[in-house]
Design a protein around this ligand. Structure first.
Ligand code: ATP
Ligand code: MG
Length: 320
C-alpha cells in the first residue's frame, strides 16, 4: 500500500535519541517507499511557553538534524507551520467538530500542562491537537510515525476526519499512527526523554558531552546490574539505550556487565551511543546552514500548494 506520511517536531531544541528511536528511524526508512511530509511545528512552540525563544536558531538546528540522520530533501517535503496559512484556515472548521470535553480530557495535554512554563494555561494548549489534525489532513496523510505521547493527538485527528466525512461527505482518509522501536525512551533522570526537560542526549552532542551527560545519569547503589524497568528505572533506561544503539537485548547486556556496577554500565552506554551517532554527527558537521534553509523554502512552497487544494475541497464540501 502507498501511504502519505506526515510527521514533525517542535523547534524547541536539538533532536535527541528519544526522537531517533521513537520516530526518526521510521521516517528514514519510509521516505524511500512513500510520499512524505515533515513538519517544523514552529507555531506549536508557544503551546507550553509564553515566547518562541531562539526560534530561528532552533529551526536551523532541526533542519541540520533532519539531513544528518538521512532525510533526503529530494524525496521528502520539509516545511513549517507559519509558512502555510491554509493550515490555520483548516483549523477553524475542524474546531467545530470536537467538544470542549474531548479537548480537556487529552492525557498528553494534561501532562504538558504539568511541565509547562506558561504564565497561564492558554487556549492553544487545548486546541493544538486540532491544529495537528490540520497538519495531518492537509496532505490527506494516512500514516503518522510518532512516539507514544502523540497517540491521543492522532486519535483527535481520526475523530476530526471521521466527523468531517459524516457531516460533509467523504473528503479525508482516516490516518494511522506508527510507533517506533522505542515509543517512549527514558531520559537521564528516568522521565520521558524530552528536549525541554534537560534530560536528553542530543544527536549533535560531542563525544565528551555525551560522556558527561551519561556520567550524571540517575542510577542506584546496587553493584550487580540487572534489567528491571519497574524497580530500577534508571539502570533499565541506560541498558535500553545501549541495547538500541548496539541492536542487542538489554537483558543480555545486563548479564555481561554483571558486577561491574553503574560505572561499567555508564561506560558501555557511552561507547554504544558514541559509536552509533558517529556517522550522523560526521554528516551534520559537513552540512551547510544556507543550503538547509533553502530546503525549507522549497518545502514551504510545495506544502502551500498542497494545502490550498485541500482547503478548496473543504470549502466546497461545506458549501462555502
Ligand atoms: P518538547 O520537550 O519541546 O516537547 P520533545 O522532546 O517532547 O520536545 P517533540 O517535538 O514534542 O519532542 O516530539 C517530536 C516527536 O518525537 C513526537 O512524535 C514524539 O512522540 C517523539 N518523541 C519525543 N520524545 C520521545 C521519547 N522520549 N521517546 C520516543 N519518542 C519521542
Ligand atoms: Mg513534546
Amino acid at each position: 500500500m502507498n501511504h502519505v506520511v506526515l510527521t514533525g517536531d517542535r523547534p524547541t531544541g536539538p533532536l535527541h535519541l528519544g526522537h531517533y528511536f521513537g520516530s526518526l528511524a521510521n521516517r528514514v526508512e519510509l521516505q524511500h517507499r512513500h510520499r512524505m511530509y515533515v513538519l517544523v511545528a514552529d507555531y506549536q512552540v508557544i503551546t507550553d511557553r509564553d515566547l518562541p525563544g531562539e526560534i530561528q536558531r532552533n529551526i536551523t538546528e532541526l533542519l541540520l538534524d533532519y539531513l544528518a540522520i538521512g532525510l533526503d530533501p529530494g524525496k521528502v517535503t520539509i516545511f513549517q507551520h507559519s509558512a502555510v496559512p491554509e493550515l490555520n484556515q483548516l483549523l477553524l472548521p475542524f474546531l467545530s467538530l470536537v467538544s470542549m470535553a474531548e479537548l480537556q480530557r487529552n492525557p498528553t495535554v494534561k501532562d504538558e500542562i504539568l511541565h509547562s512554563s506558561q504564565s497561564a494555561v492558554s487556549g492553544l494548549m487545548f486546541t493544538y491537537p486540532v491544529h495537528q489534525a490540520a497538519d495531518i489532513l492537509f496532505c490527506k496523510g494516512t500514516l503518522v510515525p510518532v512516539g507514544r505521547d502523540q497517540l491521543p493527538h492522532v486519535e483527535v485527528t481520526r475523530l476530526v476526519a471521521r466527523r468531517f466525512n459524516e457531516r460533509y461527505g467523504m473528503v479525508f482518509p482516516i490516518p494511522e499512527a506508527m510507533m517506533g522501536a522505542q515509543p517512549s525512551l527514558s531520559g537521564l533522570d528516568g522521565g520521558k526523554m524530552s528536549k525541554s526537560r534537560g534530560n536528553a542526549i542530543p544527536l549533535k552532542a560531542t563525544e565528551d558531552e555525551t560522556a558527561a551527560l551519561i556520567r550524571r545519569a540517575v542510577t542506584d547503589s546496587d553493584r550487580h546490574i540487572t534489567f528491571d524497568e519497574e524497580l530500577r528505572p534508571g539502570v533499565a533506561g541506560l541498558l535500553t539505550l545501549a541495547g538500541l544503539c548496539l541492536d542487542r537485548p538489554p537483558r543480555e547486556l545486563a548479564e555481561e556487565i554483571g558486577d561491574g556496577g553503574a560505572a561499567r554500565l555508564k561506560s558501555v552506554t557511552t561507547d554504544a551511543v558514541n559509536d552509533f551517532l558517529r556517522p550522523i554527527r560526521k554528516r551534520r558537521a559537513d552540512l551547510d546552514e544556507g543550503a538547509v534553509r533553502s530546503v525549507l523554502r522549497e518545502g514551504n512552497a510545495v506544502a502551500r500548494e498542497r494545502a490550498a487544494l485541500t482547503l478548496e475541497e473543504v470549502r466546497r464540501a461545506m458549501g462555502f
